[in-house]
Write a protein that binds this ligand. Structure first.
Ligand code: FES
Length: 103
């Protein structure tokens, strides 16, 4: 059996193009909704020096770390300047009005 889905927030509480921190099992994870039900879940911890990405700037699908401007694609987690470095990205599911992720 695969890992369980963990409910993190009601779907209608996630505003489009905002970045929302959730902490399932004590892990800092950012939820980002693009259009409609297109939702991404990425780690809040920058792989450079660990800054929280929550206060970073989101432009399109690119999130820029507030500390030293590393840029990441929220769809893949890839660091744009070197894709061998990446953020953790988690699968997202929406069911019965609830957003769940798999760690
Ligand atoms: S900690 Fe994110 S770019 Fe340095």
């Amino acid at each position: 059996m695969g890992k369980p889905w963990i409910p993190v927030i009601e779907e209608d509480r996630l505003i489009e193009s905002s970045v929302r921190l959730v902490t399932p099992k004590g892990l800092g994870i950012l939820l980002i909704r693009k259009k409609g039900s297109e939702i991404y879940a990425i780690s809040n911890k920058c792989p450079h020096m660990g800054c929280p990405l929550r206060t970073g700037i989101l432009e399109g699908y690119i999130l820029t770390c507030p500390c030293h401007d590393w840029r990441f694609d929220i769809r893949t987690g890839f660091f744009l300047d070197a894709p061998e470095i990446s953020l953790a990205v988690y699968p997202v599911r929406v069911a019965d009005g609830m957003i769940s992720i798999r760690l």
